[in-house]
Ligand binder design. Structure first.
Ligand code: PMV
Length: 372
């Protein structure tokens, strides 16, 4: 149980937990679902977990909630102001589903106060839903069970695998952000047969990911809508027939630390996924001329021998440039000299989600909680 007598004043002592989950960049993408309600993917995917682009989410039990599902949620901005989340529908439905999943492990009673912060601009192709749902899942599991860290969750029977399965229901790609390093999401033969497994540790092959923020605006087509449109593309069946082989080749390139081989695969993969998007009904464009100019420049610079870097693109206009960590600063300099209007997030292979050391806060009768 989370609420315990404090033994001091008449206040209750409420556990305040903070989860951090990194974003991940898909090297072989998940695009299209076999079952939309269960987030059962049409294909296997393979990602690299990041470390700098991340979501930090705190959860505290509300002492004064009107109903158990009256969760309060807010975003913390860079200036540390908080903005209440307006559309709570999807998140509340997810939290109520999650509460039922947690019930075999703990009472999971009461409404949560949730405060969340992204270290990067949201909804523009930096997989904020991946890190967001991964962090929310772990924070809610901590607050509802009283576990203060991942070991305590594990001791209750809530393993990383289980957290990954739960996070997947919030947003498919979130299942990969629970784990570190290079992570494969295997579709299985049935929605219940899905598996997510880290196949190489971050130490096996640390790579840099320079996220080039060309456009900070939110994408106009959600990935949920994009996934649904994928099967209307005449290219989708061709894509599906080659993906298992591509994933196998990408995994081999990672195993052999062969950047040129991996880079060639991920560029082809990103272009193919966007070709499906652009040939879907209705047509779905996630980038325009500035992104095309960037890709063109990167490929020309590489062909001229100026840099060893390859791009990938998720559902947004902002390329991820994958290179060796020792080359990253020089490549950053070249990018910023050529595209001075862009900002760069210098990221690298990271080690997965965490649950922070719990902080005890006294918040009964105060209508809020410390740290929010
Ligand atoms: O998890 P979703 O529904 O936001 O879909 C993610 C889709 C891509 O980012 C484009 C690809 C991927 O595998 O992450």
């Amino acid at each position: 149980m989370v609420n315990q007598p404090s033994g001091k004043k008449s206040n209750q002592t409420t556990l305040h937990v903070t989860a951090t989950a990194p974003s991940n960049i898909a090297l072989v993408k998940y695009w299209g679902k076999s079952d939309a309600s269960l987030n059962w993917p049409a294909n296997d995917s393979l990602s690299m977990t990041l470390s700098q682009a991340k979501t930090t989410t705190s959860a505290t039990m509300q002492p004064d909630a009107a109903t158990p599902s009256a969760h309060r949620m807010a975003f913390k901005t860079a200036g540390s102001a908080t903005i209440p989340m307006r559309d709570l529908g999807k998140t509340t439905r997810y939290l109520e589903w999650l509460r039922n999943e947690i019930r075999p492990f703990a009472a999971a009673e009461g409404a949560l106060d949730i405060l969340t912060h992204n270290s990067f601009p949201s909804s523009c192709g930096i997989a904020s839903s991946a890190s967001g749902f991964a962090a929310l899942t772990i924070a809610a599991a901590g607050a509802w069970t009283g576990a203060k860290n991942m070991d305590e969750l594990h001791r209750l029977g809530i393993t990383r695998d289980l957290l990954s399965t739960w996070a997947r229901r919030g947003s498919g790609s979130a299942c990969r952000s629970i784990h570190g390093g290079y992570v494969q999401w295997i579709r299985g033969e049935a929605p219940t047969g899905q598996k997510v497994r880290p196949i190489f540790s971050p130490e096996h092959w640390p790579l840099a990911d320079l996220i080039v923020v060309i456009d900070r605006g939110a994408k106009s087509i959600s990935s949920t809508e994009g996934h649904a449109r994928a099967f209307s593309s005449p290219l989708m069946s061709v894509r599906m027939s080659g993906l298992d082989e591509r994933l196998k080749n990408a995994a081999q390139a990672i195993e052999g630390r062969d950047l040129e081989r991996l880079g060639t695969i991920i560029e082809c993969e990103a272009i193919e996924m966007h070709s499906v998007m652009m040939t879907s009904q209705p047509r779905t464009d996630y980038f325009g001329a500035p992104t095309i100019a960037f890709i063109q420049w990167l490929r020309e610079s590489r062909a001229a021998g100026n840099l060893a870097a390859w791009f990938t693109l998720d559902a947004g206009p902002n390329p991820h440039v994958i290179c060796r960590p020792e080359d990253a600063d020089a490549i950053k300099g070249l990018i910023l000299a050529q595209f001075p209007g862009c900002t760069l997030i210098h990221d690298q292979t990271g080690s997965g989600a965490t649950l922070g050391p719990g902080q005890e806060t006294h918040n009964a009768n105060q209508g809020g909680s410390d740290g929010h």
